[in-house]
Design a protein around this ligand. Structure first.
Ligand code: ADP
Length: 369
């Protein structure tokens, strides 16, 4: 027994973690040699002191709560992180693991093992600061885009309306009429761009998710595209699609942009478009396949960036459609990609969590709040 106690002591003395024994009031009964490395104090300087005094005032309450747990759940261990004052007055982040060995005849104390986690805390704080900064600057950019687009609407309407009135009222010759028409067309194109910018800025600010029947979302998108589909003779076939935990307005827009593009970027003759769904583990993969002009592999990632257009200027568009799709899908927790070759059609695919998964995730989030 004596040998095992000696071995235990030697283990404690050589541990890289600072190990201390405290009584239920927090008084330090013993501190190991590594204490100096973590706290800057010699072990004998700590013995007899109250450990609570060393904990940062903001972390004391939580630390007390953790220690309470150890009393109810002997022998633990319970782990927590807190800032601890070093001998030089600076604070260090320390991870402490506590075991209640009060009833162990050989120990009769609470055993606390402290580890310096300053480096990992600093890296975590830096990562968090960076993420917060990115989120803030993205938000600012979105708000800026929204305000600019919103405020451009009014003057644009004025330009269109008054140029229209001028054409009607003035006796213009052919050249002047054509120039006035350029103004009206330019203002109309800018209006479309402004509306899409507003859509882009608003995407993701949706209500809480609800159950969405994708069959219904596609039918709605097809109805919105009916004029173009009829005019071009496009054929759209739709497989049985699942019901998901998602946002209906955004899914209708997603299908509308993807099917609309498949109609717009068709080859000679009419477009053939197929919408399908495949279950893959905990998620669904939804595919929109067309037999259109296709996209070269080097452009597959680029096309999802705002304002990237590969099409000729004769085909109307702003280059925001796929950027909106990406924002919608990623905002709903999925990913989107394209598989295609030039001249060989394109397949746009995106993933969405299956309904049960989505529900579970939601419940977990609610439970966590
Ligand atoms: P827009 O259609 O307004 O140009 P998008 O962001 O929707 O903007 O698309 C970006 C570019 O990707 C388009 O200009 C086009 O060149 C290409 N593209 C999108 N969808 C398809 C498709 N189904 N087939 C071929 N090219 C496509």
């Amino acid at each position: 027994m004596a040998t095992s106690l000696q071995a235990f002591r030697s283990l404690i003395e050589h541990s890289p973690d600072a190990i201390s024994l405290i009584d239920p009031d927090g008084e330090v009964l013993y501190a190991s040699a590594s204490t100096t490395k973590v706290f800057g104090y010699q072990p004998e300087e700590l013995v007899g002191r109250n450990g609570w005094d060393l904990i940062h005032p903001e972390d004391r309450h939580q630390s007390r709560q953790v220690l309470q747990q150890v009393f109810y759940e002997p022998p633990g261990p319970v782990r927590w992180e807190a800032r601890v004052r070093r001998k030089d007055g600076s604070y260090s982040w320390v991870e402490s693991t506590v075991s209640n060995l009060l009833v162990e005849p050989d120990v009769q104390a609470i055993v606390v093992s402290h580890r310096d986690i300053n480096a990992s805390k600093a890296a975590e704080t830096e990562r968090q600061r960076h993420a917060d900064e990115m989120a803030r600057s993205n938000l600012e950019l979105e708000e800026f885009a929204y305000t600019v687009a919103h405020d451009l609407r009014e003057p644009l309407r004025t330009i269109s309306a008054f140029t229209g009135m001028l054409i009607q009222r003035m006796q213009m010759d052919g050249d002047n009429k054509e120039m006035a028409k350029f103004i009206v067309d330019g203002a109309a194109r800018m209006s479309t761009l402004v509306e899409e910018l507003l859509t882009f800025a608003r995407t993701g600010k949706h209500e809480a998710p609800g159950r969405v029947d994708l069959q219904h979302a596609v039918a709605q998108a097809l109805q919105n595209l009916a004029v173009d589909i009829q005019a071009t003779g496009a054929k759209v076939t739709v497989d049985r699609l699942p019901v998901l935990e998602s946002n209906e307005i955004e899914l209708v827009r997603l299908f509308q942009n993807l099917i609309g593009n498949a109609v717009k970027y068709r080859r000679e003759g009419s477009a053939e478009i197929h919408v399908s769904a495949q279950r893959r583990g905990l998620e669904w993969v939804i595919r929109i396949e067309d037999n259109g002009v296709g996209i070269a592999p080097e452009d597959h990632d680029r096309v999802f960036k705002p304002f990237v257009r590969l099409a000729s200027r004769d085909i109307p568009g702003t280059g925001l459609g796929l950027a909106v799709c990406k924002k919608i899908v990623e905002g709903l927790g999925g990913t989107i990609w394209v598989e295609s070759e030039l001249g060989a059609g394109s397949t746009f695919s995106f993933t969405m969590a299956a309904a049960e998964e989505g529900l579970q995730l939601r419940n977990a989030q609610v439970a966590a709040v």
